[in-house]
Design a protein around this ligand. Structure first.
Ligand SMILES: Nc1ncnc2c1ncn2[C@@H]1O[C@H](COP(=O)(O)OP(=O)(O)OP(=O)(O)O)[C@@H](O)[C@H]1O
Ligand SMILES: [Mg+2]
Length: 325
């Protein structure tokens, strides 16, 4: 097993106004991630899917320990990332990389492309000098930025969004990581270029055996690339399974609603759009019982009282819903 995430939680304290501080001593928290568990195998593509604010990015950052967890464990190749010191973490970092959503913010404008990609090699003491440069040129070719020599000396300002994201991918891959957290890597890229970036990521996976924790709000993208998919709602996984099982046989009413919003590519086949009532509730005041009950078209007696557990209903297919417990 590559990654084992156990009951991970992150509660951010809510800043209080002066008056609130006088009137109450009670602390309030944003429950960004509220008990998330899943595991990943080597070379797997695992997607976290959910609406804005469901806790996807925070989960990704907790796994890389870019954010400190409130509780829970993250075992990476058997070692608990959450209990390691900064010193102990450093050698692990080369095996766990991240690709951010915004290719305009993720590159230092004063660094040439070649230097930016070489940086991790120097930081981790993997290579230097001529050897490092060769590795970078090789990687530039690999991600389709050719002629590599030209791109090596170019500044990010001269690159398009798609090219910048190729640089970010090259930078993440240069240390040959085992796990890459890719946080909405194509959502800010022109629609016409998205498939080519995803294809590149899938090619690199085949070549290097890297696993992706892929974060997206777009189920159509997740379907295209994933081995497994977890659907998140307000800080919790509500359904998890192999991608094909989830699409063939979605069980959670929330998953069904998300799926119904994807346009059907088959002409002549009609699909009923399930429209959810209202907005996703605040992560500060999470609804009691099942946190989805306020919007669920199928809610019944226990839903606003008891929290459903994530249970396995068929091999490898998990769901947290009272209709299935
Ligand atoms: N550093 C922080 N301090 C306080 N609250 C935070 C912080 N980071 C995230 N949050 C809150 O935690 C919740 C989950 O945020 P997160 O960014 O993980 O969601 P997301 O699923 O990635 O959403 P999006 O699709 O918009 O990127 C949100 O309510 C967000 O406002
Ligand atoms: Mg996010």
């Amino acid at each position: 097993m590559l990654l084992d995430v156990k009951e991970l939680k992150k509660y951010f304290p809510v800043a209080k106004t002066f008056l609130e501080r006088l009137l109450t001593r009670e602390e309030r928290y944003i429950k960004a991630v509220d008990g998330v568990s899943f595991h990943m195998e080597d070379g797997e593509v695992f997607s976290l899917v959910g609406e804005s604010g469901s806790g996807k990015t925070t989960t990704g950052k907790l796994i890389l320990r870019l954010v400190e967890p409130t509780s829970g464990k993250v075992l990476f190749q058997g070692r608990d990332v959450t209990s390691l010191s900064k010193e102990e973490l450093r050698p692990l970092r080369r095996h766990m990389q991240i690709i951010y959503q915004d290719p305009y913010a993720s590159l230092n404008p004063r660094m040439r492309i070649g230097e930016a990609i070489m940086d991790p090699l120097l930081i981790h003491g993997i290579a230097e000098g001529r050897e490092a440069k060769e590795m970078v040129l090789d990687m530039l070719e690999r991600v389709g930025l050719t002629p590599a020599e030209t791109f090596f000396d170019t500044y990010p300002a001269y690159l398009s969004g798609g090219q910048r994201q190729r640089v970010a991918i090259a930078r993440a891959m240069i240390t040959r990581p085992k796990l890459v957290v890719a946080d909405e890597p194509v959502s800010m890229i022109d629609v016409s270029l998205r498939a080519s970036i995803l294809d590149l990521m899938m090619d690199l996976r085949k070549e290097f055996g890297v696993a992706y924790l892929f974060i997206t709000h777009d189920l159509a993208v997740a379907k295209y690339i994933s081995d497994k998919i977890a659907i998140m709602y307000l800080g919790k996984i509500v359904e998890l399974g192999r991608a094909r099982d989830l699409f063939k046989n979605p069980l959670h009413p929330y998953t069904k609603a998300l799926l119904s919003a994807i346009p059907v590519p088959v002409p002549g086949r009609k699909k009923e759009r399930i429209r959810l009532k209202g907005e996703i509730p605040s992560a500060i005041d999470v609804p009691p019982g099942c946190r989805f009950h306020t919007r669920c078209p199928l809610r019944f007696d226990p839903c606003d009282k008891e929290e459903p557990l994530l249970v396995e209903v068929e091999p490898g297919h998990f769901i947290a819903c009272h209709l299935h417990s």
